[in-house]
Write a protein that binds this ligand. Structure first.
Ligand code: PAF
Length: 281
């Protein structure tokens, strides 16, 4: 298996994408911050199915980290990542140097209102501005027709859909199902940061959410079921539940009962690691 070509400059990337677009090929992008796991690889597989050319981007985007320690500790595993991508026969891995995304004097921020006021947006100031800005840059630089994102980051998916529509970026944003470990833990690059002891406790988040979803489907309300689920998560050894909300799929408005298509979304801290998850109700 040959390793995919790694491109570090916008010019090198665009030389390729321009030729593909001229030939009428459909270009797909899978934006990532690296530390690739099977969740990311499922996005690559979906992109390969739907596109003639596939670019995976790996960029640990400094502007979306609201905590400097979090940015510093974020796993960086470029060699392993390239090796994991080898079997997919993708066309390029774009690993831009920072100045290819944020050149000297960079002064523009893309900000999506409304959807970003709640959930992770409320708890991580500036996070979604950083995501929206880098995703806009990556969409433009890759000239992608389609982009593949995991439903694991459901709020991010909705934010990216909104921005692609609002700014006429012409990118079809495809949401792909969350991939889970056997014990239910949603795959995430942050799982690498969990100690062995914490890893054993981590599935409790998804278990409590599944139980809450069951209760909601049986006619219960989010306030009562949420209180019980929070207690269960903390009892299992989590340090804090940042949010555990039932929200409408489309505009993320808070719901008490799932009377429209809805998801249960949670963020919780376990031994210094922030885990997020969401499930359809
Ligand atoms: O989901 C991620 O890994 C990041 O938020 C993304 C979309 C690659 C933007 O940096």
């Amino acid at each position: 298996m040959t390793l995919p070509p790694i491109l570090r400059s916008k010019a090198a990337l665009q030389e390729k994408t321009q030729a593909w677009k001229m030939a009428g090929e459909v270009v797909g992008v899978v934006p990532t911050m690296g530390a690739l796991h099977d969740g990311h690889l499922s996005l690559v597989a979906a992109a390969k199915q739907a596109c003639d050319r596939v670019i995976v981007t790996i960029f640990v985007n400094p502007t979306q980290f609201n905590n400097p320690d979090d940015l510093e500790n974020y796993p960086r595993t470029e060699q392993d990542d390239a090796a994991k991508l080898a079997r997919f026969g993708i066309d390029a891995v774009y690993v831009p140097d920072v100045d290819q995304i944020y050149p000297a004097g960079f002064a523009t921020t893309v900000s999506v209102a409304g959807l970003t006021d709640v959930l992770c947006g409320a708890h991580r100031p500036g996070h979604f501005d950083g995501v929206a800005t880098v995703v806009t840059k990556l969409f433009r630089q890759t000239m992608a027709d389609k982009a593949f994102f995991g439903q694991k980051d459901f709020q991010q998916l909705q934010v990216v859909r909104r921005l692609s529509m609002d700014l006429d970026l012409g990118v079809d944003v495809v949401g792909c199902p969350t991939i889970r470990e056997e014990d239910g833990l949603a795959m995430s690059s942050r799982n690498l940061l969990l100690s062995d002891r914490a890893r054993v406790k981590a599935p409790a988040l998804n278990e409590a959410m599944e139980a809450m979803a069951e209760g909601l489907r049986a006619g219960g309300n989010a306030t009562d079921l949420g209180a019980a689920a929070r207690e269960r998560i903390l009892k299992a050894g989590f340090n804090e539940v940042e949010y555990l909300d039932l929200r409408a799929n489309d505009d993320l408005s808070l719901l008490e009962t799932p009377d429209r298509p809805a998801r249960l979304l949670a963020a919780a801290w376990l031994a210094g690691v922030r885990l997020i998850d969401n499930i359809a109700v």
